[in-house]
Design a protein around this ligand. Sequence first.
Ligand code: SAM
Length: 160
Amino acid sequence: MSDASIRPGELLAEEDPPQDAALRFIGRIRTPWADRKDCPRQGRQDGPLCRIELNRPWDQALDGIEAYEIIEVLYWLDRSRRDLLRQSPKSDGRTTGTFSLRSPVRPNPIGTVRVRLEGREGASLLVRGLDCLDGTPLLDIKPDLCAFTPKAPPKPDVTS
Ligand code: SAM
């Protein structure tokens, strides 16, 4: 589907052009997929080995990452349209609100995925589990929440 076309039943936002927050791309993701039709809908942790390349100086921020088996990757789905309020994933005229889908088409096309960390080669991480096109800009990397224990001192309990 071309970026300009919409499917039967889909609803377009009539809005001014986005006033983007100043995100900083910190690297690129290298995957085997140049074309959307070949790219998985969601990554699998037994999927092909992919490479996350950090730009300098952000490669220095990788220190400590090898301690984690699973990491969370955030990326900018740069080839997405951003103006659909309702979408028809099956192109059958039935539509769902954008925020109840994990479609790449969203007002701020941020993709997130948990990947298996297979190794590090200098400024690059080797991972399995990605689902983005080759060259997708990298936004952030975090240790998986389940395995992460905050390193900062605990805060007082604010629930009571
Ligand atoms: N795992 C992420 C999530 O849930 O936030 C992304 C899921 S999204 C359904 C994955 C799909 O986005 C891929 O199958 C591909 O069609 C599309 N896609 C991948 N990389 C993209 C990019 N750089 N720009 C636009 N679309 C992309």
